[in-house]
Design a protein around this ligand. Structure first.
Ligand code: SF4
Length: 365
């Protein structure tokens, strides 16, 4: 199949669903790590169509949602430095930090610009040689290579006014932390397709090997997700957890070696704070010492002040699969996409935003 529409064919979906219903005998709990998968599952009513033996949980795979308020506050504090330009991807601008958002800071006079690639941010730096430009690096392994490439390009071009606030997160360490917490019992993971395109499916081997949990890397169309559930069910029924790929058109076991080389050249792992999950060792990326002049945390003195969490928001528990948006008393009332209280309602891949847009009929499986 070559076109996206071919991965949405109803007849094939019905066939896969019949196969899953016939094969699924044991109760099984599967987590889709990635917010993109959550959107597909809700948009196409996949939870409702699956047999009652299968419970689906949403995981922490939304980079905007997992960014801690303390880190968002740093970005907002940077934006308030006179003359500084913040370049960021769009979703981040509306996310509330402890007291305000980049959007409000912009309305108050800060120069915050939405860009579509790091090349745009480099261009802004070139066009404004008398001003400092900070790119807001929020994302998983998917975005880190392009940001690493922008740092290398800035070095090659001699751009002295470009730096990165690296708030990147790495996915395998958070899955390990989630499993080590022992709070969520799982039989399988739908592993993130875009992240796996960079890391390769080998990044998930520890889940099957050390935790006995099945893994299938999935794409983002409905047939991709159904195929991954079908493969997970087969593993669970056989009692043979392993890592398989249901997204061969995008993912190889070794991943993208050039992208990994770029990341490794510029970044090194560091502890990172995840919303609701605390500080997780080696789950973030910071710039290596050789690139310290491009590290916004080293270039600027950032004082974001004390942090606080939005009152009543349970994003942290939702991100761990412990609760759903329906458990939040603010959902759809005090918190909506127009007036979001927490990040899971802001991001297009956040669970609260997805539940709000596509409903869920109260079905939590
Ligand atoms: S509905 Fe709003 S307040 Fe509640 S958990 Fe979601 S983002 Fe937070």
């Amino acid at each position: 199949m070559k076109f996206a529409s071919e991965f949405r064919q109803g007849k094939l979906a019905q066939g896969l669903l019949s196969k899953i219903r016939g094969a699924s005998k044991r109760p099984a709990r599967f987590m889709e790590f990635c917010g993109g998968h959550t959107v597909t599952i809700f948009r196409y009513g996949i939870r409702q169509a699956l047999p009652e033996t299968i419970m689906m949980l949403s995981g922490p795979g939304c980079p905007i949602c997992v960014t801690a308020n303390a880190d968002l506050d740093k970005a907002i504090a940077l934006a308030r430095i006179p003359g500084l330009i913040i370049a960021t991807f769009g979703d981040a601008i509306r996310v509330p930090g402890s007291y305000t958002s980049l959007q409000v800071a912009r309305a108050e006079g800060a120069d915050v610009r939405i860009v579509y690639s790091t090349l745009d941010a480099l261009r802004i730096a070139e066009e404004n040689p008398g001003r400092k430009v900070v790119f807001l690096g929020i994302g998983f392994e998917t975005t880190a290579p392009t940001i690493a490439a922008s740092v290398l390009q800035a070095k090659e071009d001699g751009l002295a006014n470009y730096s990165v606030l690296s708030l990147h997160k790495l996915c395998p360490p958070v899955i390990k932390a989630l499993l080590d917490s022992g709070e969520v019992a799982l039989d399988g993971f739908i592993c993130p397709g875009h992240v796996s395109a960079i890391t390769g499916s080998k990044a998930w081997e520890f889940i099957a090997r050390d935790y006995g949990i099945s893994c299938v890397v999935a794409g983002f169309e409905p047939l991709d997700v159904l195929q991954s559930v079908d493969m997970l069910v087969a593993q669970v029924e056989r009692g043979e957890p392993m890592v398989e790929i249901a997204y061969r058109r995008g993912v190889q076991p070794e991943g993208n070696t050039e992208a990994l080389r770029l990341m490794d050249e510029v970044f090194e792992p560091c502890s990172a704070e995840w919303r609701g999950m605390g500080t997780i060792p080696d789950s973030g990326l910071r710039l290596k010492d050789d690139y310290r002049r491009f590290d916004a945390e080293k270039v600027f003195e950032i004082d974001p002040g004390p942090t606080r969490e939005p009152s009543g928001c349970i994003c942290g528990e939702i991100l761990q699969g412990l609760k759903t948006p329906h458990d939040c008393p603010l959902f759809g009332e005090a918190c909506t996409p127009e007036e979001p209280v927490g990040p899971c309602m802001v991001s297009s891949e956040g669970s609260c935003s997805t539940y709000y847009r596509y409903g869920g009929g109260g079905i939590e499986r």
